[in-house]
Design a protein around this ligand. Sequence first.
Ligand code: PMT
Length: 405
Amino acid sequence: MNQVFAGRRLAVGVCGGIAAYKVLTVVSRLVQAGALVDVLMTPAAHRFVGALSFQALTHRPVLDDPWATDAEGQIAHIAVAEAADLLLIAPATANTLAKLAHGLADDAVTLTALAARAPLLLAPAMDGGMFGHPATQGNLATLLARGCLVVGPEEGRLASGLTGHGRMAEPESILQAAAGLLQRRADLAGLRIVVTAGGTREPIDPVRYIGNRSSGKMGYAIAEAAAARGAAVTLISAPSALPVPSAVTYIAVETVQELRTALHRGLAHTDVLIQAAAVSDYRVAAVAAEKMKRKGEDLVLRLVENPDLIAEIGAMPERPILVGFAAETGNDLAQAREKLRRKNLDLNVLNDVTAPGSGFGTDTNQVTILGRSGAPEVLPLQSKRAVADALLDRVLALIPESRRP
Ligand code: PMT
């Protein structure tokens, strides 16, 4: 990772949060890796960490005065913004996220961010309630749609002593995200991608349901990878034990009907739909209002067919790019091809759920990607995140040049 930073110029904006002390480690690592680092501080950041510490690490003055000029008489924040290969803001407080989302610029960090054309990496850190607040989530969605990348926050102990979702990502994760960004620009920025994940549940009575073995790992990996590459991601999730990824709009559903409603609500604003959810083909015809009792005899449940959600969308005249998954018990290429054609998909991902290390609940997957033309692409067994990135590369290739960032 270190060689990525050598000779690069990074601007690091520090805001007023207790996690500011961790940014000393980030800056130190960047300098050791050969980067030239300009540190910018908001007035509130000074309450948590001293400018002298950053100066000692970078051997450069800290920019905290919006009115400052540099040695050449240039407006300092404009000069830093123009020179930066990457702008990192860490910790990115709720207040700074709100200012960034609305284009406000009243301190060295937000002025530089407004002037910069370099990729912007945000490492939010705040109280869990502040992070979950619709205002903060809305601001993050705005920033993501604009192509910013977000790393964290993570679940953990917060400054308040409470445990919650708001703890700044660890320096190592921030450095990795920064390196990834320098290597790969936000190539999906401006695209609105809906990903479905998890296994739907069809109720039998108030306590029982018909479900399947999907953990959500494949869909969540796709949502995370797409968000990391700058897409505005909506994750529609059937029940899953996984933590909600940051930087995505999250919609929880349970039944196929709820999934259908959520899909159709956002369809007009969707560029790409990736349907990784394991969707029940049947539901119980008459769901019992109360818990069903044993009767000392066999029980027959009548199941009725659910609509095929992706096929419904595939039949629409105006539809997003459609990516389906074909979960098969065997490497059944013919079946995957037939589903691609019948459901009018652009890509279909054949997933043999019986192959070792593949399918339900695993952290790895081995898939074959089928397009409308060309030979199927057999991918190696790899992490679900790597599968996600390979799939997104194929999706990007389907986007017309004029729509790409
Ligand atoms: O969640 P994990 O544990 O990580 O497991 C990942 C996975 C195995 C669930 C995933 O990789 C996968 O294969 N998902 C698709 C499961 C599935 O429903 O496959 P299918 O062959 O039955 O359906 C084909 C496609 O049609 C799928 O995109 C499916 O979402 C969609 N479909 C199916 C039925 C239906 N009524 N409506 C649909 O939209």
